[in-house]
Design a protein around this ligand. Structure first.
Ligand code: ADP
Ligand code: ZN
Length: 433
């Protein structure tokens, strides 16, 4: 028995659109009244809440960018009193200053509802044991899926990240039937399980993976490696966290929870909305969020939307896997890394900003190396001196990034110079995909 009927997901399409319009109008009115930056932007654009008469009118509203969240750090974009905020989450930013988002009780309830929808779609419920290997903490992954999993009555195992050997032992001992993690970590677990010879003893039947891009090839290897069905989940902190869109049992694109979010695809250069089916930047407007509503948030994720009917019967449109971003942020083992953060650390330690980031995927786990060029006068001629400096840089980066790169010091002028934009990042993961 599923824990609820899926009426929201199967209502007549016209009714969904009508509900969306009503919620949009309410949201716009509310943020105009409560959030200074939204009111200012709308005034500048000459648009008032009353101008929103159809869903297409959303295109008249100004965009919101990640920078706006930084500029208003920490609580400048909250739309309710802090007394109503019961949870905060955060994600890292270029300057090391995170962006902060908040949730009211209703927001958390809505979030678990969205997670529960996916679990229900996949036939996951009270008989299941859900091993959550997404990070718990300020990152939205762990807590995000946690409450939805409880909501469907499953037994939740909040393992969080790290300690792979222990994860394997717990998977076996506790009899997990569902694994939630980043796809790269799932791949890594799959290999560790094989190496430990326990794969056949695991009771896993499904996995829900997201927070970073992954390919169909990767899906197939995970499914084969762990003997499960692997499903995609999408989200971002600024908009909510995982569960903004979810894959159903058909595994053919992720249904956007359209009763909670209005989705648009725009041309990233002109900002103009694109017709259905075309590839562009995905933009979300929250329709029912209380603490941290977002208006036309530019995700920088590149993807496409289809309204073609899904075989599952859900009316919600589906978005493709986002495979690229418009900005330069890297996601390495699920952690956001900006080249500018690396630059900041190097400069602080007295190095010139001549560096190159090499990201690859070996045995399906991301590798992360930074080549750092020595200047002629800082040249080090002892091996131990080099190693000491490499360790020092690596540790400094770990404290800023939350993830530790391998540092390799290289000879002066050995990193290729470029006339135009420097090529800071060599991401070989794409080549394998
Ligand atoms: P989270 O919501 O996981 O805490 P962040 O805000 O740190 O995440 O990162 C969100 C970004 O992660 C998205 O904008 C997108 O680029 C990427 N992402 C999340 N889920 C997926 C997915 N299923 N496929 C591809 N990329 C994803
Ligand atoms: Zn479907």
């Amino acid at each position: 028995m599923s824990y609820y009927n899926k009426s929201a997901e199967t209502m007549p399409y016209e009714q969904l659109r009508e509900n969306q319009l009503n919620s949009l109008r309410e949201t716009v009115k509310r943020v105009y009244g409560k959030v200074e930056i939204y009111r200012k932007r709308m005034d500048e654009a000459g648009v008032s809440p009353e101008d929103i008469r159809t869903l297409d009118d959303v295109a008249r509203l100004p965009f919101t960018m990640k920078q706006d969240l930084r500029d208003t750090y920490p609580y400048g974009m909250f739309a309710c009193p802090m007394t109503d905020v019961v949870r905060l989450h955060a994600s890292s930013g270029t300057t090391g200053k995170p962006i902060v988002v908040g949730y009211t009780k209703n927001d958390l309830e809505a979030w678990s509802e969205m997670i529960a929808r996916q679990l229900t779609a996949l036939g996951i419920g009270e008989d299941d044991f859900i091993h959550v290997a997404f990070g718990y903490g300020l990152f939205t992954g762990g807590f995000g899926v946690h409450y939805g999993a409880e909501k469907v009555g499953a037994t939740v195992i909040p393992v969080s990240t790290g300690n792979t050997q222990r994860q394997i032992a717990l998977l076996e001992d506790f009899g997990a039937t569902v694994l939630c993690s980043t796809p790269s970590y799932a791949m890594y677990l799959s290999e560790a399980a094989a190496a430990a010879g326990v794969t056949d003893r695991l009771k896993l039947k499904a996995g829900i993976f997201g927070a970073e891009p992954w390919t169909e090839e990767m899906r197939r290897s995970i499914e084969k490696g762990l003997h499960i069905k692997a499903y995609d989940i999408y989200g971002l902190t600024e908009v909510m966290g995982p569960g903004v869109a979810f894959e159903c049992e058909c595994q053919s694109g992720m249904h956007v929870n359209e009763d909670y979010f209005l989705v648009e695809v725009i041309d990233p250069d002109t900002g103009k909305p694109l017709p259905e089916g075309e590839t562009g930047e995905i933009v979300f407007t929250s329709l029912r969020k209380e603490a941290f509503p977002v208006i036309r948030y530019r995700t920088r994720d590149i993807g496409r939307i289809t309204r073609e009917k899904c075989a599952c019967g859900r009316i919600f449109c589906r978005m493709s896997k986002p495979m690229g971003r418009t900005d330069d942020m890297l996601i390495i083992r699920g952690v956001n890394v900006f080249p500018s953060q690396i630059e900041t650390v190097l400069i602080r330690l007295g190095y010139a900003p001549n560096y190159q980031i090499i990201v690859d995927r070996v045995n399906n786990l991301d590798t992360f190396e930074v080549l750092v060029e020595l200047s002629a006068d800082s040249f080090e001629d002892t091996v131990s001196g080099m190693q000491r400096r490499e360790k020092e840089i690596s540790a400094a980066m770990q404290s800023v990034l939350g993830i530790q790169p391998k540092i390799t010091l290289v000879n002066p002028r050995s990193i290729e110079r470029s006339e135009g934009k420097a090529k800071r990042v060599i991401d070989r993961r794409r080549l394998h995909d």
